[in-house]
Design a protein around this ligand. Sequence first.
Ligand code: ZN
Length: 95
Amino acid sequence: MASLIPCPHCGMRPKEEFTIRGAVPDNRPAWGTPIDDPQWFSAVYLRANPRGRLREHWYHGAGCGSWLIVERDNMSHAVYDVADARARGLAGDRT
Ligand SMILES: [Zn+2]
């Protein structure tokens, strides 16, 4: 059975249309914050990788092109909530 994500703009879509960026909030420093190489390494490569219910940034690249906040269980694949990231003030573009 295909996993479906209810995009708030496009409706139910297969998960293959999306790209997952990572957890919300992520561990990247705020724009313009001076950090050293070990801090960059940690921010780019190290993840807590918890299991269970979590919130992540998803990009609907094969659809509306929006950044979304998807709350799901990565063990059961249940999706609890999907919202536009801009509406929640958590846009993925960091502009
Ligand atoms: Zn969409």
